[in-house]
Write a protein that binds this ligand. Structure first.
Ligand code: BGC
Length: 736
């Protein structure tokens, strides 16, 4: 839609106060259809006659604002009356908050200086066939609202007793309308409520509410107060080892609510911001405190759940739940690293690490389609991809395995959902990234030089470093090969000539093999094997297995090696070792954080160390999904549900479970674009029973026997007595 309205803003900049715009609308005819089209430079909330127009929260969402700004369309036909007042409040949101918090940059200054503008049109269709458009212009009025402050990191301040004294005419200003696009992503909503579990008085004598679960969203409180009473609420993810409230890991993000009460009963939650928290500290609170007065409201892009996993090991079930919460906590319009500290950015590396798991857990096709368009829009003239998308770090350099999100993410979305539109749309961006590497490297057919994050947070990092010991040139060159191989496959699918890239790929592999004949770390072995760069993949994985055993059956990998380690082991005959790593409870392991009471995935394997100390205060998120990538191994290897690259969208599957008696049983189901596929196995006295249900054609492979089946339900026994000789195959008509 082309907006005919003007951008409007307050005539005088209001500083921290959120402006409220209003327009009176008189209607003297019957309306057959009324629609509101609206967006803002900030986060807006629109009300008609005092009632919220939509349950969309944090609208208009977060995009690469300089190029793409979503507007929303709401049907308000049932809300209009003869006399109407439309009001719109605007918080700073992602548009104007001082993000990222730790950095001073020209771009950050530029964003903060932007106006608190809105643009809106109300389209009225009357019964008599006449249409009318009421649009933002100087007839609109603006005032200071009761929201005295609102931004992403620092929180929100609200004065419930505040009365607007003076309205002023709004001021029209020039701002691009070419950037306006209709809503593309999933709508952000309140998707759930978590009730307070316990009120604690900590050793420091502070009043703390524990919700028992880390969430992303905000707290709603109910209070019966005197006018002017003050409430101050702080947010935290964990208690320290003494049981005290702790949020030093939020760094400069104040993450604080200030609320001034009006007289009487009232219920309130923030409206233009969000927090990542499990605990709140009632830093100031006027009345007696009861758990039923506090609810944590979960805010997330509305994604359909598509994958479920359950098993006989309770801690693994908790881990799966933690991964699920980490996804919900970081899929708020953009795939973010974390939801709490002065960061909360769309880190490309984290997104590519987790995308497969994410795409099995939930339907994220639309979510990533939008984000990848932002990635392409933000891509630099030379093809480089920013470290974060939207690109709030335009002055920073690109990194291997982060920028490769440009190639890996569209490919994964295509693989999971089978819709080649994502490749058609993204192919130019994918190509630009590979070309960028070709043009930037200091040595042909490898990526040598540049600044990289390496195997970020790998446990084999030299003391004091965040980067694991794997060689950065090795990782960068391995991803150069991997992205080129994907580009070739994608190009063939969308009908592009990729001959030059085929030659390039051969040269990269050849040069890689000559340059890196030996592998020094777990991650180097993993990449060489998983990306097919090793000449002898089996012996590379054999060496990896020896290395892991020599390391005391411990994972040493960081962001780059972790997503593949279990896959590589399982695929080349070391499933038992993969299970051993997954089931390990001692540090370092996936279950270590579960043992320590985590309710989401931690950024560090040892966010809370064995002695109860924190890893650090400067970079220690307790809600970081990257290591949760392990869950895709449960879908693909433990439950054994995979599809060939030639059958994207699970149009035909292979089901080859890899069982382990230490798990007891496992049941997994994926609601694919082509139907539901589920695979369950259970260790029983007389053997292993497999229950497989598939709505798509499948090859079932159990005990080295393969059978082709059509859609249906199947039961197999791998009996203890007969296992050596045969597997009993049986098809069952009724549901299991
Ligand atoms: C983020 C990470 C990110 C990394 C890159 C961190 O601050 O939280 O998840 O990938 O920086 O260096």
């Amino acid at each position: 839609m082309e907006f005919v309205a003007s951008w409007i803003k307050p005539k005088l900049e209001m500083g921290d106060i959120c402006p409220i715009f209003r327009r009176q609308i008189l209607i003297d005819k019957r309306v057959t259809k009324a629609s509101l089209y609206i967006t803002a430079l900030g986060i807006y909330e629109a009300k008609l006659n005092g009632e919220r127009i939509s349950d969309y929260v944090l609208a208009p969402g977060w995009t690469e604002y300089q190029k793409r700004l979503q507007y929303q369309k709401y049907d308000i036909t049932d809300m209009v009356m003869p006399e109407n007042e439309l009001t719109i409040t605007v918080g700073k949101g992602w548009f104007r908050s001082p993000m990222p918090g730790w950095l001073e940059s020209d771009d950050k200054k530029r964003r903060q200086e932007q106006p608190a503008g809105i643009i809106a049109e109300i389209h009225l269709e009357y019964e008599d066939g006449i249409n009318e458009i009421i649009k933002t212009d100087e007839c609109w009025e603006v005032a200071a609202s009761a929201f005295q402050f609102s931004e992403i990191y620092d929180g929100e301040s609200y004065d419930a007793g505040y009365q607007i004294k003076k309205w002023n005419p709004a001021h029209c200003f020039e701002w691009s309308k070419d950037i306006l696009i209709p809503q593309e992503g999933e709508v952000i909503r309140q998707i759930g409520r978590v009730f307070a579990k316990e009120i604690l008085i900590t050793p420091a004598n502070e009043l703390v509410v524990d919700f028992g679960q880390e969430i992303t969203g905000y707290v709603e409180f109910h209070v019966d107060a005197q006018a002017g009473d003050k409430i101050v609420i702080d947010h935290g993810e964990v208690l320290d080892k003494y049981g005290n409230f702790y949020n030093a890991n939020y760094r400069s993000a104040k993450a604080r609510i200030h609320y001034i009460c009006r007289q009487g009963d009232q219920t309130w939650h923030p409206h233009h911001t969000f927090f990542g928290f499990r605990y709140i500290r009632l830093t100031e609170y006027p009345t007696e405190v009861k758990p039923e007065h506090f609810t944590a409201i979960v805010v997330c892009s509305e994604l359909k759940k598509t994958g479920t996993i359950e098993c006989g090991n309770n801690q693994i079930n908790l881990l799966i739940s933690n991964i699920d919460w980490a996804q919900k906590g970081n899929f708020l319009d953009v795939p973010t690293d974390c939801p709490q500290r002065d960061e909360r950015l769309g880190w490309t590396g984290d997104a590519q690490v987790f995308i497969k798991a994410a795409s099995y857990n939930y339907d994220v096709e639309c979510f990533f389609t939008k984000w990848l368009r932002d990635l392409a829009a933000a891509q630099r003239a030379n093809g480089a991809v920013g470290q974060v998308i939207p690109d709030y770090l335009p002055e920073e350099k690109e990194s291997a395995a982060w920028g490769d999100a440009a190639v890996i993410c569209p490919w994964q979305i295509y693989q999971t959902y089978g819709n080649k539109r994502i490749l058609e749309e993204q192919f130019p961006s994918m190509k630009k990234w590979v070309d960028f590497i070709t043009n930037t490297t200091t040595k042909d057919f490898l990526w040598i030089g540049g600044e990289h994050f390496g195997d970020w947070l790998g446990l084999d990092a030299p003391s004091g470093s965040y980067r694991g010991s794997s060689r950065e040139d090795f990782i960068a060159s391995a991803f150069y090969a991997y992205s080129t191989s994907i580009l070739i496959k994608a190009g063939k699918i969308v009908g592009e000539n990729v001959d030059g890239y085929i030659k390039l790929y051969e040269n990269i592999v050849d040069t890689f093999r000559k340059t890196f004949p030996v592998y020094h770390t777990q991650t180097e072995h993993i990449l060489a094997a998983w990306f097919g760069l090793a000449e002898d993949v089996q012996s590379t994985v054999d060496d990896l297995a020896v290395m892991i055993n020599n390391d005391g059956c411990q994972i040493k990998t960081g962001f780059v090696g972790t997503p593949y380690i279990l896959h590589v082991l399982s695929k080349y005959g070391y499933s038992r070792l993969a299970y051993t790593l997954l089931l390990r409870k001692e540090y370092p392991s996936w279950l270590y954080s579960v043992e320590k009471g985590a309710t989401t995935i931690w950024e560090h394997w040892d966010g809370i160390m064995e002695n109860g100390d924190f890893w650090s205060t400067d970079m220690n998120s307790f809600n970081h999904y990257a290591y949760g990538a392990a869950v895709d191994w449960l879908y693909e290897q433990a439950a054994g549900i995979t599809h060939d690259e030639e059958n994207p969208g699970f149009s035909r599957v292979r089901i080859e479970p890899k069982t382990d008696e230490r798990m007891g049983w496992l049941g997994v189901s994926i609601n694919t674009r082509n139907g539901i596929v589920s695979s369950k196995w259970n260790y029983l006295n007389h053997g292993i029973r497999y229950d497989i249900k598939t709505e798509v054609p499948a090859v079932i492979a159990i005990n080295n026997q393969e059978t082709e089946v059509g859609p249906g339900e199947y039961i197999f026994w791998s009996s203890k007595l007969l296992m050596k000789f045969e597997t009993l195959w049986q098809q069952k008509a009724e549901a299991f």
